[in-house]
Design a protein around this ligand. Structure first.
Ligand code: GLT
Ligand code: MN
Ligand code: MN
Length: 390
């Protein structure tokens, strides 16, 4: 059995939460907040109490949108002091380009050039703020960059506008020497009927078209790929393999529902397991950010239960992944799967001689079909291990 504090979060796990996550008041489209507002400095204290390492923020989670410069500076100082006092870092910053009604038609892709310019100004200021707090990752989530009707603009025009904006921000990043890596976050819908960059794969196709592709990666979110009925771990794996997994948003979601942002691991245990196993197997070293919130039925104590639960579940699944990797029967099955029979011509990198040998080779399909693929057993072993029977 693991020791009693094996599931205790530690700084090296890099668990972080957004101010907007523990500060979520439980508002939904049909009902008002059920929890009182949580001041940013109190959120920092709460996160330290639960064992988190980092706090992330939108510009306006901390500084009101119309704050005077002196007020802004005072708020930032107080927040920095709270972070220092509680040993909490700010690994990531982002910008709200979705809350204010001015962004009702989008931000970087809006039809009104004045809105597009304002979105750039707001993002540059948010970058200044994040840099002041020590953030090295800047997330861009284009929640309003979409449509209810495609009558309003050509969709390729939206892509061009988005490219222009990200190029602009990369140049600002360079000029200010902020050293940010941008992480683009996809979502299929909500709050727009359709969001242009609907999956992580869309962004992976977009990034190589930028002026500074090396500065830009992705921030996949568990709930967002899951809303679209996709396999989140596969999206993460493709981002990782492309060297583009700059950040990750962990939470949970039932497919086919509204945007739930549930506690990590609470809805899809096996999917959460494969994800944690992937991140740990490949040695992902970035922040593990929980972009989720407590049930609307909870009070502030429940918010702590929620935050502790996210981290605890991650660590439990991490330990299960270690066991899975050390399991003799599981490993014996895996080791049989990729074994080449003697005499099989090599089919790796193309060479004319190899291709000639491969063209000549006689395949015995009946023989090939005799090889067992015991995935039922493999999956049941996984189930037994996850449920604690094994
Ligand atoms: C918003 C959204 C998240 C994004 C955040 C970053 S804000 O809560 O639902 O998925 O990651 O802008
Ligand atoms: Mn998110
Ligand atoms: Mn979400």
């Amino acid at each position: 059995m693991p020791s009693l504090n094996a599931y205790q979060p530690r700084p090296e796990h890099k668990f972080s939460f957004g101010l907007w996550t523990v500060g979520n008041r439980g508002r939904d489209p049909f009902g008002d907040g059920v929890r009182p507002a949580l001041a940013p400095v109190d959120a920092v204290a709460l996160l330290a109490e639960t064992g988190a390492w980092g706090v992330n923020l939108h510009d306006n989670d901390l500084v009101p949108i119309d704050a005077a410069p002196s007020e802004r500076d005072r708020i930032v100082k107080e927040f920095q002091a709270a972070c220092r006092r509680h040993g909490i870092v700010v690994p990531m910053a982002t910008v709200s380009l979705f809350f204010h009604p001015v962004f009702r038609d989008g931000a970087f892709t809006a039809n009104d050039p004045e809105v597009r310019a304002y979105a750039l100004q707001k993002t540059m200021r948010a970058m200044d703020l994040g840099a002041e707090l020590g953030a090295k990752i800047f997330v861009l989530w284009g929640g309003r960059e979409g449509v209810e009707t495609d009558a309003c603009r050509r969709a390729d025009e939206a892509v061009k506008r988005l490219r222009e904006a990200v190029n602009y921000l990369c140049a600002y990043n360079q000029e200010q020497q902020y050293g940010y890596h941008f992480a683009l976050e996809a979502k299929p819908n909500e709050p727009r009927g359709d969001i242009y960059m609907s999956t992580t794969g869309h962004y992976l196709g977009f990034i190589p078209t930028l002026d500074h592709p090396e500065m830009v990666g992705v921030n996949p979110e568990f709930a967002h790929e899951t809303m679209a009925g996709l396999n989140f771990m596969h999206a993460v794996a493709q981002a990782w393999e492309a060297g583009k997994l700059f950040h990750i948003d962990l939470n949970d979601q039932m497919p086919g529902r509204y945007d739930q942002d549930l506690r990590f691991g609470s809805a899809n245990l096996k999917a959460a397991f494969w994800l944690v196993k992937f991140l740990e197997d490949v040695g992902y070293d970035g922040p593990r950010h929980f972009d989720a919130h407590a049930y609307r039925t909870e009070d502030l104590e429940g918010v702590k239960d929620f935050a502790r639960g996210c981290m605890r579940s991650y660590l439990i699944l991490k330990e299960k992944a270690e066991r899975w990797n050390a399991d003799g029967e599981i490993q014996a099955i895996l080791s049989e799967l990729d074994v080449a029979p003697p005499g099989l011509p090599a089919a790796g990198r193309y060479a004319s001689s190899g291709a000639a040998a491969l063209l000549k080779h006689e395949f015995n399909k009946d023989q090939i079909m005799k090889k067992r693929l015991p995935y039922e057993r493999l999956d049941q072993l996984t189930f037994d291990l996850l449920t604690g029977v094994r």
